[in-house]
Design a protein. Structure first.
Ligand code: BG6
Length: 487
C-alpha cells in the first residue's frame, strides 16, 4: 500500500500561451482567436460577470480583427512571458517545480494555420523555452491546443466545423513531434476538450449567436476534435516511441442534491453528458451508448466518416488529465439556487463555501474525482489544473500575504494524498496559474491564482515585475518534502 506521493511525483505549475505569452504580433505569429476577446477595465463587478459582455459576437469579432488597441485585449499582452521566460524559469527553479505545463501557440508555428511551411522563429522560441526548462531539471508538459486557433482557419474554413481543420491540426502536431519531440515529456492534444460544449468560443471557436443549429454544430466540431486527437496520438506514438499522450476534461464533479432517486439519476446523466462522454471516447475509443439517447433528444446527427470509428478505437490516450476547481449538485428541481463555476453556472451545495467569484470550494471532491476517474479507466491520472482565483494585495515591501490560497492548496493536496493511499495512480499536479496570468473566463488580471505575483493591473498597467507571495514559500516546502510538510 502507498503511504504518500511516489518519489518521482511531478509537482508543477501550469499556464497557457494566450494567458501568459503576450507579444501577439512578434516572432512571425499570426492572429489567434484569443487575441480578439474584448475586455473593459471600467466595467463594474456586475458588468464583468455578465455573459453578454464576455461572450464574443460576430460584430466584436470583426471589429477586433482590425482594432490595433492593446488595452482592451488582455490576451495580446498576457504577462509578457515571451520576453521574460528566462528570468521566470529561474524563479520556477527556485520554487522547485519538477514540471512546467504550458501550451504551444498554433499561430506561432503556423501563423495562418494552413501555411505550407512552419514559422522557424516560432519553433526556435519553443526550442529555447523548453531547453531552458531542461537545463534547470524541469520537465515539460505541452498542451498542443489551449483554446486559441489561428484566425484564418475560422474565416477561411469555419474552424472546427470543417475537416480541413483536422488536417491542419494534425500537420501542426506532427511538426511539433518532429521538431520538439525530444524536449517534451508529456503531451496533451486538447485542453479541457469538453469546453466545446460549455464555452464554445474557447473550446471550438464558434460564435454562438451565429449558429442556426447550435447543438449540432457543437457535437460535429467535437467529433472533429476527437478525430484530430486520435490521429495526433497515432502520430506521436509512431514518431516518438514511448511518448505519453493524455486526454483532459474540465471536471464538473457532481453529487445528488438529495437522496431522492430522481436526483441520483440526474447526477448519473449529468456526469455522463458533461464528463464521461469525453473521456470515454478518448480512453475507450468509442462513442458510449448513453449518448444515442441524448443525441436523439436534442436532435443531433453527427457526420461520421467510415474510417473515423476505427481511428478512435485504435488510438486511445495514455493517461487521463483534468482541471478541478469546484463541485456542484445535480437535481431535477429547476428552481435550485445557482452559483458560478468554471465554464458553467452550477447548482449550489449548501455545505460548501465559495471563492470571491462564486466557485464552490470542495477539497474532498478532488479525492472523489480521483477515485472515480481511476476506477473507470485504470490509467495514470494527472491533475493538470487546480487553484484558487483571488484578489491579492502587493504590500509596499514587496510581500503578498495570501493565507486563503495556502489553505486552499493545503486542503486539496491533503485529499490528493488520501487518494494516493486509496490506490489511485496519480502521477502529477500542475497548479493552475502558479505565476499570475490573465484570467481566461473573466479576462481580469486581478483574478490571481499564482504563488508568484505579477505587478500588472486590469488595464495592463504596472511594472510587470514578479514578487514571491507567502504561498510561494509554502509550495516550495511542500514540493521539497514531497507533500509531507503541509503546515
Ligand atoms: C480552465 C482553463 O478552465 O480554468 C484555464 O483551462 C483557466 O485557461 C482556468 O484560466 C481558470 O479559469 P479562470 O476563468 O478563472 O481563468
Amino acid at each position: 500500500m502507498e503511504h504518500g506521493f511516489s518519489k518521482d511525483f511531478l509537482w508543477g505549475g501550469a499556464i497557457s500561451a494566450s494567458q501568459a505569452d503576450g507579444a501577439y504580433k512578434e516572432g512571425g505569429k499570426g492572429l489567434d482567436t484569443q487575441d480578439l476577446r474584448y475586455f473593459n477595465a471600467d466595467w463594474t463587478k456586475d458588468e464583468r460577470a455578465a455573459q453578454e459582455n464576455r461572450r464574443i459576437s460576430q460584430d466584436k469579432f470583426v471589429k477586433a480583427l482590425t482594432d490595433l488597441d492593446d488595452e482592451h485585449y488582455p490576451f495580446r499582452r498576457g504577462i509578457d512571458f515571451y520576453h521574460k521566460y528566462k528570468e521566470d524559469i529561474k524563479l520556477f527553479d527556485e520554487l522547485g517545480i519538477k514540471i512546467l505545463r504550458t501550451s504551444i501557440n498554433w499561430a506561432r508555428i503556423y501563423p495562418n494555420g494552413d501555411d505550407e511551411t512552419p514559422n522557424e522563429e516560432g519553433i526556435q522560441w519553443y526550442i529555447d523555452l523548453f531547453t531552458e526548462c531542461h537545463k534547470r531539471g524541469i520537465k515539460v508538459f505541452a498542451t498542443i491546443l489551449h483554446y486559441n486557433i489561428p484566425v484564418n482557419l475560422i474565416t477561411r474554413y469555419g474552424g472546427w466545423k470543417s475537416r480541413k481543420t483536422i488536417e491542419c491540426y494534425v500537420k501542426y502536431a506532427k511538426t511539433l513531434f518532429k521538431r520538439l519531440g525530444t524536449l517534451v515529456d508529456y503531451w496533451l492534444p486538447f485542453n479541457e476538450i469538453n469546453a466545446g460544449r460549455f464555452n464554445s468560443y474557447n473550446g471550438i471557436c464558434i460564435i454562438k449567436d451565429e449558429e442556426e443549429d447550435y447543438d449540432n454544430t457543437v457535437f460535429q466540431c467535437l467529433h472533429n476534435q476527437f478525430v484530430a486527437n486520435a490521429l495526433t496520438i497515432k502520430a506521436a506514438h509512431e514518431m516518438i516511441p514511448g511518448s505519453m499522450v493524455g486526454g483532459m476534461i474540465a471536471r464538473f464533479t457532481t453529487y445528488p442534491a438529495t437522496c431522492k432517486p430522481d436526483d441520483v439519476m440526474q447526477m448519473i446523466l449529468d456526469d455522463q453528458y458533461s464528463n464521461w462522454f469525453y473521456l470515454d471516447v478518448m480512453a475507450r475509443g468509442e462513442y458510449p451508448a448513453y449518448m444515442n439517447r441524448f443525441f436523439e433528444k436534442i436532435g443531433v446527427h453527427i457526420d461520421i466518416e467510415p474510417e473515423d470509428l476505427k481511428i478512435l478505437k485504435n488510438n486511445t490516450i495514455d493517461f487521463t488529465a483534468f482541471s478541478y476547481y469546484f463541485s456542484q449538485v445535480s437535481t431535477t428541481d429547476q428552481g435550485w439556487e445557482k452559483t458560478s463555476g468554471n465554464l458553467i453556472m452550477a447548482n449550489k451545495n449548501p455545505y460548501l463555501k465559495s471563492s470571491e467569484w462564486g466557485w464552490q470550494k470542495d477539497p474532498v471532491g478532488l479525492r472523489v474525482t480521483l477515485n472515480q476517474i481511476y476506477d473507470r479507466y485504470h490509467l495514470p491520472v494527472f491533475i493538470a489544473e487546480n487553484g484558487l482565483g483571488a484578489k491579492d494585495v502587493l504590500e509596499d515591501n514587496g510581500s503578498v500575504h495570501d493565507p486563503y490560497r495556502i489553505d486552499y492548496l493545503k486542503d486539496h493536496i491533503k485529499q490528493m494524498k488520501e487518494a494516493v493511499i486509496d490506490g489511485v495512480e496519480l502521477i502529477g499536479y500542475t497548479m493552475w496559474g502558479f505565476i499570475d496570468v490573465v484570467s481566461c473566463g473573466s479576462m481580469e488580471m486581478s483574478k490571481r491564482y499564482g504563488v508568484i505575483y505579477v505587478d500588472r493591473d486590469d488595464r495592463g498597467q504596472g511594472s510587470n515585475k514578479r514578487y514571491k507571495k507567502d504561498s510561494f514559500y509554502w509550495y516550495q516546502k511542500c514540493i521539497k518534502t514531497n507533500g509531507e510538510d503541509l503546515a
